[in-house]
Design a protein around this ligand. Structure first.
Ligand code: NZQ
Ligand code: ZN
Length: 392
C-alpha cells in the first residue's frame, strides 16, 4: 500500500544549481569580474560563427590582461576526437579554466574536455557511463544559441562518428561556474538553428511533463508556463530575428527548459531524446529535427499511459476541451505538429530523406545496451521500432 502511494506522490529529490546567470545586452563586458584571476584560460568555440557576429571580438576585448589560449573547431554534435585534441593542449599549456563560447555543442564538448583532462583511463568511459566523473576543470560559458539548457545544467552529449555513437553523461562537476546570456548574440542565428532551438526547448519541457500525475501542480504549471511562452514568442523571433524582447524570452525559456527545476519530484520520460540521439548518430540529423519527428509518435504510441497528462496538456496549452478522451489527445498531438510546422520545422522522417527501413538497426542499439525507455520502462526495442515506423 505504502509503496503504491509513493509512486503517485511527489518523488523525493535533491536539487542544487549554483550556476550564476548573467543575462542581458552587453553582459559579455562583465567577463573580467567573473573570471578567476591568475589562472590560464582556454576559450573554446565552434566553426566560426562567433568570429562573424562580433562575439569573439567582445570576448577578446574583455580578456585584455588575462592569460589565455584558444581552441576552435568544436563541431555541432561535438566529436570525441576533436575534444581529445583540446585535452592534449590543456595538459601541455597548463590551462586551468575553460570558457566555452557558442552553442550547446561547444559547451557540451567543453564539459567533456573538463572531465577528460582529469581522467586517467580511456576518456570514452565518461560519456558511455563506464565511470562516474569524480572531478573536472572549472568551466563557464557564453551561450549564443538558446536550446539545450546546457548553460545551467551538468549534462553533456558527445558523439563519435567513426563508431556511430552519441552518448550523454551528467555530472555535478561540469556545471558552469557562470553563464553569460546576451540575447543580442542570438540575432545572427540562421532560421534553421533558431527553429531547432525552439523545438528542443519545447521537447525538454514535454519530456519532464508528459508522464503521469504525481500531484505536482507547481511543477506542472511551471512547465506549462514555459510552453505558453515559447508558443507566443516563437513567431515573433521568426518574424523579426532582431526583436530583442522575443529573443530574450526565448533564451530564458530555453534555460528554464532544462535547468531541471521543473523535473523536481516529477516522473520523466526521455524516450524522444534517446531515440532522437540515435537518428542523429545514424544520419547526422539535427538534434531539434530528430525530436520533432519522434515526439508526436511517442505521444500517440503511449496515449493510454500518458492519457491524463495529454488531456491536461490539451486543455491548458491548446484550450481543447471538446470530444472523447481519445479525440482530445489526438487533437493535441495535431496541434503540436502544426505548431512545429508553423515555425518551419518538418516533422516526418521522409521530410529529411530518411526511410524507415534505414532505421532498422536502431532498436538493436537499445537491445545491446540493455536500455528500456518510458516512465513505466515499457518502451522496449520492438516498441522503438514501431515508434520509428509511425514517424515515416
Ligand atoms: O559552430 P559554430 O560556427 O559556432 O555554429 C553553430 C553551429 O553550426 C551555430 N551557431 C551557434 N550560435 C550561433 C550560431 N550561428 C550564428 N549565430 C549564433 N549566435 O549553430 C550551429 C548549431 O550549434 P549547436 O551548438 O550544435 O546547437 P545546439 O545548441 O542546439 O546544441 C546541440 C547539441 O546539444 C546536445 C545535442 O544532442 C547536440 O549535440 N544537447 C545537449 C543537452 C544538454 N547539454 O543538456 C541537452 C539537449 O537535449 C541536447 O541533447
Ligand atoms: Zn534536447
Amino acid at each position: 500500500m505504502e509503496e503504491r502511494l509513493l509512486k503517485v506522490r511527489m518523488q523525493n529529490f535533491t536539487y542544487q544549481n549554483a550556476v550564476k546567470i548573467v543575462f542581458g545586452k552587453d553582459s559579455i563586458a562583465q567577463l573580467p569580474e567573473l573570471l578567476p584571476q591568475n589562472l590560464k584560460i582556454m576559450i573554446t568555440y565552434g566553426g566560426g560563427s562567433i568570429k562573424k557576429n562580433g562575439v569573439y571580438d567582445q570576448v577578446v576585448k574583455a580578456l585584455k590582461g588575462f592569460d589565455f589560449v584558444e581552441f576552435g573547431g568544436i563541431e555541432a554534435n561535438p566529436q570525441f576526437e576533436t575534444c581529445m585534441k583540446a585535452v592534449e593542449i590543456i595538459k601541455k599549456e597548463n590551462v586551468s579554466f575553460l570558457l566555452a563560447v557558442g552553442g550547446g555543442s561547444v559547451l557540451d564538448g567543453t564539459k567533456f574536455i573538463a572531465a577528460a583532462v582529469e581522467y586517467k583511463g580511456d576518456a570514452w568511459d565518461i560519456p558511455t557511463g563506464k565511470v562516474t566523473v569524480e572531478t573536472a576543470l572549472p568551466l563557464a560559458s557564453i551561450m549564443t544559441l538558446p536550446a539545450t539548457g546546457s548553460e545551467m545544467n551538468g549534462n553533456s552529449v558527445i558523439s563519435r562518428k567513426e563508431i556511430g555513437e552519441k552518448r550523454a553523461f551528467a555530472s555535478e562537476f561540469v556545471y558552469p561556474k557562470f553563464s553569460i546570456l546576451d540575447p543580442v548574440t542570438t540575432f545572427s542565428l540562421p532560421k534553421r538553428q533558431t527553429v531547432n532551438g525552439i523545438v528542443d526547448t519545447f521537447v525538454h519541457v514535454c519530456e519532464q511533463y508528459m508522464t503521469y500525475d504525481v500531484n505536482t501542480p507547481l511543477q506542472d504549471r511551471q512547465a506549462e508556463a514555459i510552453l505558453h511562452t515559447v508558443i507566443e514568442e516563437a513567431p515573433k523571433v521568426l518574424k523579426d530575428p532582431n526583436d530583442y524582447d522575443a529573443r530574450a524570452n526565448i533564451m530564458w525559456s530555453a534555460t528554464h527548459g532544462l535547468n531541471l527545476a521543473i523535473s523536481c519530484g516529477v516522473v520523466m520520460d526521455w524516450s524522444t531524446h534517446m531515440i532522437g540521439h540515435e537518428l542523429t548518430a545514424a544520419f547526422g540529423l539535427d538534434h531539434g529535427k530528430s525530436l520533432a519527428v519522434i515526439m508526436p509518435s511517442v505521444f500517440r504510441y503511449k496515449a493510454d499511459k500518458k492519457g491524463d497528462k495529454l488531456v491536461q496538456y490539451a486543455n491548458r496549452i491548446w484550450g481543447i476541451t471538446e470530444g472523447s478522451k481519445e479525440e482530445i489527445i489526438e487533437k493535441a498531438v495535431v496541434k503540436t505538429v502544426e505548431f512545429f510546422e508553423s515555425i518551419g520545422m518538418k516533422t516526418k522522417l521522409s521530410d529529411y530523406g530518411i526511410e524507415v527501413k534505414d532505421c532498422k538497426n536502431i532498436p538493436a542499439v537499445f537491445e545491446k545496451r540493455g536500455v528500456v525507455l518510458g516512465e513505466h520502462s515499457d518502451i522496449k526495442p520492438q516498441d522503438v521500432d514501431k515508434i520509428i515506423a509511425m514517424s515515416a
